[in-house]
Structure formats: structure tokens, C-alpha cells
Design a protein around this ligand. Sequence first.
Ligand code: CP
Ligand code: NVA
Length: 303
Amino acid sequence: MNLLTIFDLKKDDIDSLLDRAASLKERHKKGIPHRPLLGKVLGLIFEKSSTRTRVSFETAMYQLGGNAIFLSQKDSQIGRGEPIKDTARVMSRYVDGVVIRTFGHEIIEEFASYATAPVINGLTDLHHPCQVLADVLTIVEKKGGYGGLKVSWIGDGNNMANSWIDAAGLLGFELTLACPDGYFPDPAVLSRAKALNPNIRLTQGVDEAAAGSDVLNTDVWASMGQEEEKDKRAKAFKGYQINSRVLGLAKKDAMVLHCLPAHREEEITAEVLEGANSAVWDQAENRLHIQKAILERLMSEAT
Ligand code: CP
Ligand code: NVA
């Protein structure tokens, strides 16, 4: 089994991963060792930078009793042009699972179609499923569940927005995305999810999205690979910011999420990021716990 998008899972799978992550988190906090992946090796192939994804996956493997091998763009032969399909078949002969962070989503799809080891998406231009699963875990911890919640996305219709749309499609919570013209989420992702959940809405109005929201969510205006569009995007996204005024439109106990890294005073103000409604540090921590549940499931299954 692979995890390339949240749609690789069913609602029940997500619920059981959330439960498992919560129990692995509790066990870890109590210092109880749990090493089901003893002797297993996870390969990480990263063509973009990372702090959270790399460190949380490597730590997850060590805590589960296994090991991890990290390859940046300059470490592997991919950077020198070795085909993805060859790399996938060779890596599968060594390791028991692979996490990939890359550009086009078709690259990870090609890798997965040739790999025999399970493949996990550590971020592509189209999706970031592990982050959104960690975000949902954070919501469940703080709100007691995701049912009946109004979640808002303010900013770019990017990889994070697409994975949020997938999550809303499968889990059924209300999701309103406020994105500027020209920066809407992927239409195919949107229509697949909307077919399951009509309460996924797209608007250009930040206030409309934020009003009465339980969870306010944003991400950078320019993602990795879009560095040359930075100035153009800064103009297009002006006003698409979570600040104290926008937070004031949401419910009093609204939770603010940001996958990080954050650009203070661009998509979010320092005041809100550091404020009482922000759950960003718990959200970052939860990458570790949800990914332990994912690795345990995918890599134990593969034996
Ligand atoms: N949120 C996230 O994926 O962070 P990194 O880019 O540091 O991995
Ligand atoms: N949308 C961002 C997320 C970083 C974790 C990017 O792709 O750069």
C-alpha cells in the first residue's frame, strides 16, 4: 500500500490512524518503548528542503526500532539523470519503505508504479498528505473530533489546500477556501472531493471564509519551486492574511494552524502565530506521531 494522497485511504483507515497515533503518542510520553519495525529501513529521497518532514520521519523510524537513510538531490543519482523507474526498482531491493519529497506529482506516481516497497508522499507540488493527517490529529486532540466543524483555508490553493480538500471529502467536515483569483486549488482534486462532500466551498472572500470558523488555516504565498514568482504572488495575496482582525471573525476558541515554515507578516502575523489560538507547535509535533502510525501500518503490512 502507498500513501500518495489522502484518497489512498478510506474514512475508516484515517480514523484508525488517528486513534493509533494518539495511543503511540501517549505511549511515547510515558517512555514505553515500541519497536515493531526492528531491522526495517526507510529510505528518504528529498528533492526539496525540509526540517519537519525529514526529522519527524527519521525520528519515527528510530523510535519504532528501525533505521532511515536520507538522500538529498545531490546524494543520489536522480540528480544526475538516473530514471525514476530505475531508482524505484533498485531502492525497493534494499529498503522496506520510501518517503519522497519532489516537484511534480507524476514523479511520485511513476516511482510508486515501479516500486515494490510502500511509497509515502513527503510533499509534491500537488499534495502534502502526511501534514494534513497531522493537522487533523491536532484538531481531534483539541476539539474532541472533526465532525461538524467549520474549517477555513486562507491563501494559496496549493499542495496543502489540495490535501485539505481530500480530507474534507473523505471525513465530511465543512471546508471553505478563500483564494485569490488565479490561485485556486486543483480542479480535479476539488471535484473528486465535492462529489462526496458538498460542503466544500471556494471563495475569494477572506472574511466570508473566516466567519464562524472553528479552524483557521494558512500556508506560504510562494511554495518551494515558486521562488521566482515571489513578488508577483506578494501582490496577488495582499489581504490573504490571518491577523487579529480575521481571527476575530472566527469562533472565540478557533484554532489557528500553519504547516510551517511561516513568513510572519505575510500570510500570518507574528501576533496570531505566537498567540493563544495558535496550535502550530503541537501541529508540528503531531507529524511524528501520525507518521509512526503510518509507518507501522504500511511497513508491517509489507512483510
Ligand atoms: N511542514 C513541513 O512539511 O515542513 P518541512 O518543509 O520543514 O518538512
Ligand atoms: N506549500 C508549501 C508547504 C511547505 C511545507 C511548499 O510546498 O513549499
